[in-house]
Design a protein around this ligand. Structure first.
Ligand code: T1G
Length: 719
């Protein structure tokens, strides 16, 4: 797993060969140990260059090996040996030098980077820390503040930034390997002692304690309850206060506490889940690696509301010409100004020029006749969407793909009004669409595999994490959200307050609790949907019991809040009160407290003390329970897909892995028992009744998430 060659008669060229990212598997470590020994012991060899095959230096430790026992040579002594050697070693960094890859480069005496290379210590994103000397050597090389920032965030830097920071010695636009060989030949005569980072003293700022304290506070605020970044701070402190020999021990102790933690397992699961999610399969057998997507050279967006604007920006900034359509002149003009402003701000932030020339604005659908793909983003109203699709069917050329941005409507019903149901698909963006990373690609029963491949590949091109899902009301994300938010409403009835529920969820790790989130999104949207589906409003049968709808328990409190004109942040009042309409500083509102008290006394509900544990269990187990049903129904192909949707679309804390992984960490048996318990207490809430799949998995001994698929037998998979 490491190739050895002699070049220019005296330079040993060691190439790591473990595609696709040359991860430091046990075989690669073994290969490095053997080839280094050969290079150091061969008198013909005067210098060494280390590079990676296929233009990628090294993506770090092999994460797949973390689950098993350590095999092969451990990394730390191997790296110490390279650094201590008497022959100059040069790292030729192309592609990536990440994690253990950068740590390998840091023990080389010189580093040459290709101008397109990216470097970083992303271990913190996997719930661990750089444990092959990275926390000790990087601060010695670039100082505490810069090292602290890179190690605690896991941010990748460009070669240019790495040069500025002093991580690399030279950046080249030529073949980094060839440049490194020449560099090595020139380095032969030079002393190496000052190039051995472990022997240097860490440049220490005078205000070290204050700096570490400030960074710790920042982390605690931003990543509540997350362990790894705090451990990174401890390790960097050791680099500042201890000699290398002790610092490396501290690094290793801290790593030991993180390595087997639930957070590390969750974060590593997320890494692989994110990569698995793009690998879709359809009931026909067609899948991601055997279906070619169409090339999209032009697109159109219909509707320039919040969603349409974000979608237009997402398309234009990756170089796709966009025709944006609105129904009247004023809306078109407002939309145009907003889209241009958003695109300009985005370009400024990224330091590129805004691609305004790719945008065209029109009032006429006729202008869409030649585009490759249309994304409809009009109001969430089936009749309106159908009329748009009928029209598109007439004006667009027969090969144009027709996509709908809907958050839950029937994609197949829309396909049915067109002349090309196989080319119709859902693209459910999340608001704001140019910021949020998630895209649910909703495959109707008639969507062709090429259409699915094209929507998935377009999502990727727009920088989205795309997940293929089946067609049912609410798809995956919003379908699961309902039992979750219903539980929150029932808890209000029973005695909790919005702020208590939000705090429990935020302490769990959500960026925002369910009520603060609804205030941000706008309460009127859900209210309108509930009115349309006959759950509230004038269409409800007056004989219907007040807290009972469509055969199940119903909580009307969210409707009562809306009836008072409280639509959330935009109206300055919702579940909370804000300083002004559009304000973001949520304060508990005594009027909501009053409303809850009046409500409870009207229905004779005696408020009880509700614990945070009950809040978490009821909200999150109901969420996962619906996830199990979604798997049974074949609406999501695997638990990883559901978790990725919740991580990227709904702010589920990454260090908990997603709702399905979280359920597996709690223990499926325990989840089942708690759901049974809550369902017994609330037999009129069907969402609390444990799903058959959960029961089946428990009966099979609660296999790990990655094995659930083997137990899911869907007769009518939608995917
Ligand atoms: C403790 C420690 C460590 O070093 S901990 C490890 C630290 N290193 C990392 O955190 C880097 C993780 N990797 C990445 O960030 C990215 O992969 C990439 C390098 C920027 C390339 O992105 P990409 O978009 O071109 O391709 P991809 O689709 O992502 O990846 C292509 C394929 O390679 C797999 N893969 C990538 N990196 C891997 C790794 N380090 N180990 C195992 N597999 C890996 C990945 O699952 C996928 O597999 P499959 O899906 O094809 O089966 C030391 C001692 O301190």
């Amino acid at each position: 797993m490491a190739r050895y060659e002699l070049v220019k008669r005296s330079v040993a060229l060691i190439t790591l060969t473990n595609p696709p990212v040359n991860a430091l598997s046990s075989a690669v470590r073994h290969g490095i140990a053997k080839t280094m020994e050969r290079a150091l012991s061969d008198p013909k060899v005067t210098a060494v260059v280390i590079c990676g095959e296929n233009g990628r230096f090294c993506g770090g430790a092999d994460i797949r090996e973390f689950a098993g026992p350590l095999r092969g040579p451990p990394l730390v002594p191997l790296l110490d040996l390279i650094e201590a050697g008497e022959k100059p070693v040069v790292a030729a960094i192309e592609g990536v030098a990440l994690g253990g890859g950068l740590e390998l480069a840091l023990v080389c005496h010189y580093r040459i980077a290709h101008f397109k290379a990216r470097l970083g210590l992303p271990e913190v994103t996997l719930g661990i820390l750089p444990a092959a000397g990275g926390t000790q050597r990087l601060p010695r090389l670039i100082g505490i503040p810069a090292a602290l920032e890179l190690i605690t965030t896991g941010r990748h830097v460009s070669a240019q930034e790495a040069l500025k920071l002093g991580i690399v010695d030279q950046v080249t636009e030529q073949n980094a390997c060839e440049v490194a060989v020449e560099f090595a030949l020139r380095a032969i005569a030079k002393p190496l002692s000052s190039r051995r980072l472990s022997s240097l003293t860490t440049p220490c700022p005078p205000n070290l304690d204050a700096l570490l304290e400030a960074v710790t506070m920042q982390i605690q605020k931003k990543a509540r309850g997350v362990m790894a970044p705090l451990a990174c701070v401890q390790a960097v402190r050791a680099a500042a206060t201890m000699p290398y020999s002790q610092g490396i021990k501290r690094e290793s102790e801290l790593m030991a506490t993180l390595f087997h933690s639930g957070q590390a397992r969750a974060l590593q699961y997320c890494f692989f889940a994110e990569r698995t999610a793009g690998k879709w399969t359809l009931p026909s057998g067609a899948q991601w690696n055997d279906t070619k997507p169409r090339e999209i050279r032009s697109a159109a967006v219909i509707g320039l509301g919040t969603m349409g604007r974000g979608i237009a920006v997402s398309l234009a900034r990756v170089g796709i010409p966009v025709i944006a359509v609105e129904s009247d002149k004023k809306l078109l003009e407002t939309g145009r100004q907003m889209v241009i402003g958003m695109l300009e701000r985005d370009a400024k932030r990224r330091g590129v020029s805004a691609s305004l020339n790719l945008l065209k604005f029109t009032l006429s659908l006729e202008d869409l006749k030649d585009v490759d793909l249309v994304i409809e983003a009009v109001f969430e109203d089936m009749a309106l969407k159908k009329s748009v699709f009928r029209e598109l069917s007439k004006v667009c050329r027969p090969a144009t793909l027709l996509c709908t941005n809907t958050s839950g409507l029937d994609v197949d019903a829309l396909a049915g009004v067109t002349d090309r149901p196989q080319l119709v698909i859902g693209m459910h963006f999340f608001s704001p669409a140019h910021v949020m990373k998630l895209l649910e690609v909703v495959c109707g029963p008639r969507s062709s595999s090429e259409t699915v491949a094209t929507a998935m590949s377009l999502g990727k091109r727009m920088g989205k994490v795309s997940v293929a899902v089946g067609n049912c009301p609410g798809f995956v994300g919003n379908r699961m959200l309902k039992p979750y938010s219903d539980q929150a409403s029932f808890l209000l009835e029973e005695g909790a307050t919005p702020e208590q529920i939000d705090k429990a969820l935020e302490d769990f790790g959500f960026a925002m609790g369910v009520f603060r989130m609804s205030d941000l999104a706008g309460l009127d949207v859900g209210w309108r949907v509930r009115k349309e589906s006959g759950l509230t409003g004038p269409d409800v049968d007056p004989k219907n019991p007040p807290r009972w709808r469509q055969g199940r328990k119903y909580c009307p409190i969210p409707d009562m809040v809306c009836e008072q004109g409280r639509f959330g942040q935009k109206t300055g009042r919702g579940w909370y009160v804000y300083d002004k309409p559009g304000g973001t500083n949520a304060k508990p509102d005594p009027l909501i407290q009053n409303l809850l008290e009046t409500y409870r006394s009207r229905y004779g509900i005696k408020p009880r003390n509700i614990t945070d544990q009950e809040i978490i269990e009821r909200c999150l187990f109901a969420l996962a329970n619906e996830g199990f049903r979604i798997l049974e129904d074949g609406i999501a192909a695997r638990p990883e897909d559901i978790d990725v949707i919740y991580l990227f679309g709904y702010g589920f804390p990454r260090h908990r892995g997603g709702p399905m992984f979280y359920a597996s960490m709690v223990g499926l048996q325990r989840v089942l028992e708690r759901l049974e318990h809550y369902h017994q207490a609330h037999p009129d809430v069907p969402h609390l009744e444990p799903s058959p799949l959960l029961k089946k998995l428990v009966a099979c001994g609660s296999p790990p998430v990655q094995k659930w698929r083997e137990h899911i037998k869907t007769m009518h998979s939608h995917l």
